[in-house]
Ligand binder design. Structure first.
Ligand code: GLN
Length: 282
């Protein structure tokens, strides 16, 4: 089971979210407090962040520097998230600490991974969240039941070309490909993640607490593993578990969908039940 965290709001130093708090994501990689599956999250890590000021690639107006054109996603954004990942434990990665110490960002998504048993061949940096395409960052905490036999049922309808270029042979990478496909077909993030959960249930069930951000909004599901959120000045953080004991942390009920776009004002966090019958969490 992994631990992950997303933030959207005014620029904040990454370390304030990832390394400094008493029960930070780095600490959660070796001593999580709310994790029920797996013990240590040492099979990879990643952080994706959106530059404090929009970055415009000099090679072309409106081109994200490292995503390449994907016609299914419409016009490329003029700013894309940067990313740093590793295949091993985050506590052994000097660069993660250094980036956290100095970089300010208006949105980020970070994760530490405990590889699910059976994710054959998935012990690589490519299997570490956040997954990224265009403006999107995504992570999945959980496990699809019956993997890999269930993969074909989940992937139903996906272009074989998408499957052939799956980023890693893991359930998370397939859920990411599904999400991206739904977004590319014009679904809103809320509808896309709801459909992904429905598909998991159709395929036999599983745990899928997912985080999806475009740098302005966060959409998340709580499906079989812990999730909570907290307001920060002008922003919102959504995480597997609280990184400190501040009373403002709010637990998200299992079976819920959370959406937030902090610039919208006071009612900026909406938590609603997923319109899917109760989860089977094998
Ligand atoms: N099943 C996913 C993987 O192996 C997610 C792991 C997790 O949540 N621990 O990457």
């Amino acid at each position: 089971m992994c631990r992950h965290l997303a933030y959207v709001g005014p620029p904040i130093r990454m370390g304030e979210l990832l390394t400094d708090p008493p029960f930070s994501l780095v600490r959660q990689s070796w001593a999580p407090r709310r994790q029920q599956h797996g013990v240590v999250n040492a099979d990879g890590f990643g952080v994706g962040w959106y530059p404090e000021r929009p970055f415009v690639d000099p090679s072309g107006p409106g081109r994200a520097p490292d995503t390449g054109p994907d016609p299914r996603l419409g016009p490329a954004p003029d700013t894309g998230p940067a990313r740093h990942r590793g295949a091993g434990p985050v506590w052994a990665d000097e660069t993660f600490t250094e980036l956290s110490r100095v970089i300010h960002t208006r949105a980020l998504l970070a994760a530490v991974r405990s590889a699910t048993v059976g994710m054959v061949g998935g012990q690589s940096v490519a299997a570490a969240a956040p997954f990224r395409r265009g403006p999107w960052l995504f992570s999945h905490n959980g496990a699809v039941g019956g993997w890999p036999a269930t993969a074909s049922r989940l992937a139903w309808g996906l272009d074989p070309g998408v499957l052939a270029t799956l980023e890693a042979p893991t359930d998370s990478a397939l859920l990411w490909a599904l999400t991206l496909d739904l977004l590319a077909r014009g679904k809103a993030p809320r509808a896309a993640l709801t459909e992904v959960i429905a598909r998991i249930q159709d395929a036999g069930g599983g745990r899928a607490t997912m985080l999806l951000t475009d740098g302005r909004s966060i959409t998340a599901t709580a499906w079989g593993t812990s999730l909570c959120w907290r307001r920060l000045p002008g922003g919102v953080v959504v995480a597997s578990e609280p990184y400190d004991d501040h009373p403002d942390w709010v637990e998200v009920a299992d079976g819920s969908l959370l959406t937030t776009q902090p610039t919208d004002g006071a009612d900026d966090v909406v938590v609603e039940p997923l319109p899917i019958s109760p989860g089977v969490h094998p």
